[in-house]
Design a protein around this ligand. Structure first.
Ligand code: GLA
Length: 432
């Protein structure tokens, strides 16, 4: 890299700080890509093609089916919304036949329902699917265009650019978004294009300029894909976990619950692990015909509560047993924490014997909340057994037991935040 480029990067990074108060907890919402991809065949597939009706439908579902009140608020357009040509003033424009009302009108529709609109662009000559890209000279105009439409969230992909262009472009877009004066959440795919790890990725720079970032491969509709993502994030947790916090999140990609590739157990596992990883809860599924079990998992208040914990500390994998049981842990506000027991087995429910002390908890008494009930009087050294289904999880919310005399403020908080994880089938997943 030449000295001029290094100097430029230095200057760009010095002048950027995207601390506009957005995304103090991981974003929640819905995004088109994993489920609807680049389907632009509105003639033969009108229900599923990328056009304004799809986004209006999803906005309606978010509001009417109880998603919005749980925090799912972003409706995010992905690739394939654009016209192949910029307009005569050099601005991106939507495909006129699929978005006849334009993006500003769609944003208004979404805002009228108390939701927020996200959009997709690509740092490079073309998007991943070959639509017009945002080269360095177009960054400012594209940021201004999105702001003028009332966009609230930008996913900035990185196909068809080189590492030097990315190093210049991602900070420049951050600056350009800031300069519009509109608070726009900024999701950067940059790390995913340069291996996802230091030294190629400078996570402290990223945390200064982006609210979230894609670190790794695209999720696909399969348990293999989910496992592969969990594995990569866990193996690299020493690098990745400390970079997350309020306003700065690692993004292991969309929730695929409700699609075709996951069993119920696997769907619960994705939700539980995404909660532990403080991951964005951005679904990509068909909200028009989601079945009740998928809905119950995605709307599970325990998982959402853990995911949205205000302290914003990402969790970690604590243990990998030779039995193929793994234990994940996330510290939460008010001295509480979450534990997830994941089975990578493929035979039958496994009885896992352990104690909180073995999971590095301090001596003391704890209460555990799971499957809709509270169990009190668990000493750190108490041996207990958890039954974990193949490719399934058991998720616990744990907090120190209050002393007999005082019902402390913290305890009142725990009581207030009681929620049920596997609400659909209480008591089925764990025994003490
Ligand atoms: C990349 C991204 C995906 C999606 C597609 C669209 O692969 O990682 O999330 O946005 O591009 O083409």
């Amino acid at each position: 890299m030449g000295p001029l480029v290094t100097l430029l990067i230095g200057l760009v990074s010095l002048t950027v700080a995207l601390d506009n108060g957005l995304l103090k907890t991981p974003p929640m919402g819905w995004m088109a890509w994993e489920r609807f991809r680049c389907d632009i065949d509105c003639k033969d597939d009108p229900e599923n093609c990328i056009r304004e009706e799809l986004f209006r439908d999803m906005a309606n579902r978010l509001v009417e089916d109880g998603w919005k009140e749980l925090g799912y608020e972003y409706v995010i357009i992905d690739d394939c919304w654009m016209s192949m040509q910029r307009d005569n003033q050099g601005r991106l424009q939507p495909d006129a036949s699929r978005f006849p009302g334009g993006i500003a009108k769609l944003a208004e529709y979404v805002h009228d329902r108390g939701l927020k609109l996200g959009i997709y662009a690509d740092m490079g000559t073309q998007t991943c699917m070959g639509f017009p890209g945002t080269t360095l000279d177009k960054i400012e105009i594209d940021a201004q265009t999105f702001a003028s439409w009332g966009v609230d969230y930008l996913k900035f992909d990185g196909c068809n650019s080189n590492p030097v262009e990315q190093m210049l472009g991602y900070p420049l877009m951050s600056k350009a978004l800031n300069a519009t004066g509109r608070p726009i959440a900024y999701s950067c795919s940059w790390p995913a294009y340069v291996g996802g790890l230091p030294p190629n990725v400078n996570y402290s720079l990223l945390a200064d300029i982006c609210h979230l970032w894609r670190n790794y491969n695209d999720i696909q509709d399969s348990w293999d894909s989910v496992q592969n993502i969990i594995e990569w994030f866990s193996q690299n947790q020493d690098e990745l976990q400390p970079t997350a916090g309020p306003g700065r999140w690692n993004d292991p990609d969309m929730l695929i619950i409700g699609n075709f590739g996951l069993s119920l157990e696997q769907a619960r596992s994705q939700m539980a692990l995404w909660a532990i990883m403080a991951a964005p809860l951005i679904m990509s599924n068909n909200l028009r015909n989601l079945d009740n079990s998928a809905r119950a998992i995605l709307q599970n208040k325990a998982a959402i509560g853990i995911n949205q914990d205000p302290m914003g500390i990402q969790g970690r994998r604590l243990l990998q047993e030779t039995s193929h049981i793994e234990v994940y842990w996330r510290p939460l506000s008010y001295s509480a924490s979450a534990l997830v027991f994941l089975s990578r087995r493929t035979d039958m429910p496994f009885l896992y014997h352990t104690s909180l002390a073995k999971l590095h908890y301090d001596a003391g008494n704890y209460e555990v909340f799971f499957t809709g009930k509270t169990v009190a009087g668990l000493n750190a050294s108490t041996e207990f057994t958890v039954s974990i289904n193949p490719s399934g999880v058991v998720m616990w919310y744990i907090y120190p037991e209050p002393s007999k005399q005082t019902d402390t403020l913290d305890h009142q908080h725990y009581k207030a935040s009681r929620f049920s994880f596997h609400k659909a089938k209480p008591g089925r997943h764990a025994v003490l």
